[in-house]
Design a protein around this ligand. Structure first.
Ligand code: DX5
Ligand code: ZN
Length: 238
């Protein structure tokens, strides 16, 4: 496979999986080429839905899943949850800046436990948090929401495209190696545009788990990412 594919990847969001066979679902997306798993944590308070917590992550690790698992916290407060998810071997913990008034402290806590950090931006969240150099310096991922947090299966909001472009520029100018993850409403029809705008990680729920053939679905989307990234390269050469 081309080098491009390793740099940019799809992260299936298990919120849209069949929870009665969660292990099997995860095994199937891994076999189909998933490089990480997206794990949505909702508390029915910060967002109007309730999902899964650290005990489910513990079961997955106990069953032998070693794939990187990225935790997307849509909860408040998050202090204790962050500690629990570190303990259960998360690879990356992503939280919304509005869910705490101790952003820098939480970033430090995650980092000092050898876990990767991420800040999630809802469509209405100001990007001003990224003007803070201390935050930027300690971030591994910026997750840009392209739907309102809370549910799978929503329509991709086109205004996310401009935010991806803006953040791509900001990160490139900063010189830090921060990945851009995009979450919500991604499918085979819009993935090219999202990749072309500057996304690195593509969080996808229903457009994978509600399809019959995971391998073909993921392959098709990976090819579109590769095409978008090589189109960027050729545009920059000219
Ligand atoms: C929404 C979640 C997403 C969601 C993605 O709040 O953060 O990760 O599960 O699902 P789709 O791809 O169906 O929008
Ligand atoms: Zn998510």
């Amino acid at each position: 496979m081309s080098k491009i594919e390793h740099k940019y990847y799809i992260s299936p969001s298990i919120l849209a999986a069949n929870f009665t066979i969660l292990g099997k679902e995860i095994q199937q997306v891994i076999s189909a080429g998933a490089k990480s798993i997206h794990f949505d944590v909702m508390d029915n308070h910060y967002v109007p839905n309730l999902s899964i917590g650290p005990i489910v992550l513990r079961s997955l690790r106990k069953s032998g899943f070693e794939i990187p698992i990225d935790i997307h916290l849509m909860a408040k407060p998050i202090d204790k949850l962050v500690c629990s998810f570190i303990k259960e071997k998360s690879n990356c913990i992503i939280f919304h800046p509005e869910s705490t008034n101790k952003i820098e402290h939480i970033l430090n806590k995650i980092k000092e436990n050898n876990c990767k950090t991420g800040l999630a931006f809802s469509l209405s969240t100001s990007l001003k948090y990224l003007e803070n150099n201390y935050i930027l310096k300690n971030l591994d991922t910026v997750l840009i929401m392209s739907v309102n947090p809370g549910f799978f299966g929503q329509k991709f909001q086109i205004k996310a495209i401009n935010r991806i472009r803006k953040i791509r520029k900001l990160i490139n100018n900063s010189g830090y190696k921060i990945l851009i993850s995009v979450d919500g409403g991604i499918n085979a029809n819009n993935i090219y545009k999202i990749a072309y705008s500057g996304a690195d990680i593509f969080v996808i729920g229903s457009a994978i788990f509600h399809q019959n053939h995971y391998f073909e679905t993921i392959k098709e989307m990976q090819l579109k990412i590769i095409r978008a990234k090589s189109d960027i390269l050729s545009k920059n050469k000219n």
